[in-house]
Ligand binder design. Structure first.
Ligand code: F3S
Length: 425
């Protein structure tokens, strides 16, 4: 690793022992991946993945204390993934007690985050790039993030540059102000080694398409052709929402950190097929392939025929347009089925600032009479314990399906379930 004299001084302890350890860790991390130099982090803000004050994460809190006491603070303000708790989300008394014990360090940890450089008290979301949140990178920014759904969106849709870092390492990049240059930070690492030919007769469900791509290419970079037929050639807010959900599924069902979409995403618009590496492999996706992928998902419920006890919609968090769309769809669906209230307890999740703005609308007033909860919780954090993990939960999120026992349904199927209480035949 070739360090500048300034970076070498930090490594030698010029800004204290904690900063020296931070830099040493980044050097070792970079050397594992063959990085030869550090490059400055240029995004206005960082983003941290560790949002939860789990009682068992003692070493993390000790580490934060050490950094804070030694003045090794983040040079950037940062947003953080969603909080794990929200009393508005349905839970029985035993589950509530468990949350209290599991996340007993939440308040202390959030105080540490504030001292470290938290953007603001509303900055708890995985969709920090939504305009309302205020952490949207620009094209070409070098980031030090770890949240997989945010990394893949920033790289692919915004044209920023970020590796799929781990939690804590990403904070070290924000503290030091530089990150090792390798992988998705380089032109070479952004070349596509897979060509995905989308050849469907109807618009592919974003979450299943992303799942198919992720499971095939794993951590490689795909160049996706044929999606413009369904999405058009403009990066409209609707298209960004589609790509947000597709990308999150590809990042969780596989380990995709960057994709290019022919004619749509910024680098593909600019460089076209020059982004495709020689000898790229080809994967063709048609309706039958999507059906094969969908039917391969295991059903993890103890009783596959159980009536769902909860529906989570919004993992990653919904945009303001998606939130408004779901509110209308639920209200209209209930009217059509002759019901006044949702037939499965339903939680729509969005960033705090997106949810707060929505709570001021007429659509929210209408929705709130149906029993639907609007929250900024992370659904995965909710399910991440034996009591909630064993509940029959339905979701339109392929990420939540992958990391929990929740059962995946398409948007239409989830809507039918929550408005009629029955699955689509
Ligand atoms: Fe976001 Fe939590 Fe899902 S961080 S992507 S809501 S698992």
């Amino acid at each position: 690793m070739n360090l500048t004299s300034q970076q070498q001084a930090l490594l030698n302890g010029a800004k204290g022992p904690a900063m020296a350890k931070v830099v040493k860790t980044l050097v070792m991390y970079g050397e594992c991946f063959g990085a030869e130099r550090m490059v400055p982090v240029t995004g206005a803000n960082g983003h941290l993945v560790t949002s939860f004050g789990l009682s068992m994460l003692g070493p993390v809190y000790d580490l934060m204390d050490e950094l804070l006491e030694d003045g090794a603070l983040s040079g950037q303000s940062f947003s953080v993934d969603p909080r794990p708790l929200d009393p508005a989300v349905p839970a029985n008394p035993l589950q509530k007690l468990l949350f209290k014990i599991m996340y007993s360090k939440q308040g202390d940890y959030e105080a540490q985050l504030r001292s470290m450089g938290l953007l603001d008290s509303d900055a708890f979301t995985c969709t920090c790039y939504q305009p309302e949140v205020g952490n949207r990178p620009r094209r070409g920014d070098i980031l030090s993030w770890a949240e997989s759904s945010a990394v893949v969106f920033a790289n692919s849709v915004l044209g920023a540059r970020c590796n799929r870092n781990s939690g804590i390492i990403e904070m070290f990049g924000s503290i030091a102000g530089f990150v090792p240059e390798f992988g998705l930070l380089t032109d070479e690492g952004r070349k596509a080694t897979w060509i995905i030919e989308v050849d469907c007769k109807r618009k592919p469900e974003a979450q299943v398409l992303g799942s198919a791509i992720g499971m095939k290419v794993m951590e490689d970079v795909p160049y996706i052709k044929g999606l413009d037929r369904w999405l058009g050639r403009e990066l409209t807010p609707d298209t960004q929402d589609y790509l947000k959900d597709m990308g999150a599924a590809s990042a969780s069902n596989g380990a995709v950190g960057l994709y290019h979409v022919d004619g749509i995403t910024p680098e593909a618009v600019e460089q076209g097929e020059q982004l495709i590496a020689p000898d790229a492999q080809i994967y063709r996706i048609d309706d039958a392939e999507l059906e094969r992928i969908r039917s391969s998902y295991p059903i993890m419920w103890k009783n596959p025929g159980a009536r769902p006890k909860l529906a989570f919609i919004g993992c990653p968090h919904l945009s303001s347009a998606q939130l408004a769309h779901w509110a209308d769809a639920i209200c209209d669906g209930l009217c059509a089925s002759g019901n006044c209230r949702v037939q499965v307890p339903t939680v729509l999740t969005a960033a705090p600032s997106v949810a707060d703005a929505f709570r001021k609308t007429v659509a929210y007033r209408r929705l709130s009479t149906t029993g639907t909860v609007v929250s900024s919780i992370c659904p995965l954090m909710y399910t991440n314990n034996p009591l909630c993990g064993s509940m029959p939960i339905i979701t339109n999120s392929n990420k939540l399906r992958t990391y929990s026992a929740s059962r995946y349904y398409t948007d239409d199927e989830v809507l039918a379930y929550v408005t009629t209480g029955k699955p689509i035949k």
